[in-house]
Write a protein that binds this ligand. Structure first.
Ligand SMILES: [Zn+2]
Length: 91
């Protein structure tokens, strides 16, 4: 893989013009404002804290249950996906 830094800053806020399309499962998080391409990606960025409140993780800082980094990637349209290959959306 040859991942050069793109012109867009991955840690910047998601593109505000993104609008979830009906029936696609796309989600805009009201908590952190990030845009997710699927409900499963959306679910994965949230954790339930010890006080029962929902905590948003940055898509690049997500880990699996064992604590291994599982960063999401942003597809060409600006939506976070758990994996470009999973979405059938090759770069
Ligand atoms: Zn969030």
């Amino acid at each position: 893989m040859n991942l050069k830094h793109a012109s867009t800053d991955l840690r910047g806020p998601s593109k505000p013009h993104l609008k979830p399309a009906i029936g696609t499962g796309q989600c805009l998080c009201m908590g952190c404002g990030e845009a997710f391409n699927s409900v499963s990606a959306f679910d994965r960025h949230q954790r339930i804290g010890s006080d029962g409140r929902t905590i948003c993780l940055h898509p690049l800082e997500i880990t699996d249950r064992n604590g291994n980094p599982k960063p999401m990637v942003r597809n060409a349209r600006g939506w976070w996906v758990t994996s470009l290959r999973d979405m059938g959306d090759q770069p």
